[in-house]
Design a protein around this ligand. Sequence first.
Ligand code: AMP
Ligand code: ZN
Length: 465
Amino acid sequence: MTVRLHDTMAGATRELVPLEPGHVRIYTCGPTVYSTAHVGNFRAFIFGDLLVRYLRFRAYQVTWVMNVTDVDDRIIKGAHRENVTIFELSEKYRKLLVADMETLGIHMPDVMPKATDNIPQMVELIEALLEKGHAYRTDDGSIFFRISSWPDYGRLARIDPQGMRVGERVEADEYGKDDVRDFALWKGPKPDEPSWDTAVGPGRPGWHIECSAMSMRYLGQSFDIHTGGIDLIFPHHTDEIAQSEAATGKKFVNYWLHNAFLQLGSQKMAKSLGNIERVADIVARGVPRRALRLALMSAHYRAPLSFGEDSIQAATSAIERLDALFAALTAYRTDGPDDSALPQLLEETRAGIEAALDDDLNVSPALAAMFELVRELNRRLDARTLSTADAARATGFLRDLDRIFGIAPAGEPALPAELQKLLDERSTAREARDWAASDRLRTVLAEHGILVEDTRDGQRWRRDD
Ligand code: AMP
Ligand code: ZN
């Protein structure tokens, strides 16, 4: 079986054939760090994370780059709003972004370049475009890409460049360009705006050139997969393709993957609509962070995901079921023989999950297969048909699967010595039937974030997260 992915350019699902066998190079359009990212943004990043995790699970080497846009119109406005430099503003929100990514269990990309660290690379591209006649200067020191010089323009978004009109989707706020459809590669200096002195003159980059320069710097002029939300198909990705291919003469990207929106009700979650929710706020009101991750991951990336209390509730109880199973498997002891049907059950589960995810990352049936296994293992624990070794085998299997999903409880945790001592004391108290001491120790442990439960196999504990 091979991995197949829906490529927006082809309008079809295609087998993944990396340019370098066994090695997949992926670029994800990261956030503009002008304020705290919302869970809608994180849907896009969790989709990238799931893709990367799954390809690694399928034994591909993956190089994942996700940029941070730290200079553009929104950054400049934000810096004015908070009365700080663009560097102070973007560093503040970049740190919050990384903290939220950690909260959500997103594996850190191999590189998270900042646009402002890549200005020379952007300038090089712009120089190549000027040289080849695909770009021109205007009186204010700006440089525009000439769309009429690139007949292929608009293929990704299925736009006919001849028919393109000025509208809300075309930047019409810049004057002096030859053609209203053209987009800015470089913006001439303005008072109150940051400016770099470069070989193409003073000013700052346009947003689109940033992603072309950063992706090609770290992944090469041609690479495998580029991801982002569907709102980026036009103009952002459309412009990235035109300027990259016009500059290098090579195919820029082989697979374009776009995630649908996270919605509240029937509306896209967006800062401009004022309906955003933030990771830190959701976690602060008691939603377990792994439940939030699961809720953001649980719909196919190309389907709208409706977010709300229902989805959080469902994810929370799924995580509780998973945690309870891990705890039960860890505590399970029996003298009985191995369950001869277990290897097949695990193998079938793995095959079902791979078949679903190979099919354009179809996560819903994959998760359903995993939770069906959770039910099946619980049944076998209750019937005590597993051996002690089977329980360890099942735990190992679930941990391995969790390289994809990232929702399992933390591994065999080493408790701080003083808490382990309390647990041991409680165990001794229970053996002595000293229920008062046992209850008191349970309370003390709870105060330290350790929840203790008594089972047929003795006491079990988990972190209260
Ligand atoms: P931005 O910081 O606005 O450039 O957005 C960063 C990423 O988040 C882009 O890939 C957007 O497409 C994506 N995005 C923004 N809002 C949503 C949403 N409501 N649902 C899914 N993705 C979103
Ligand atoms: Zn981008």
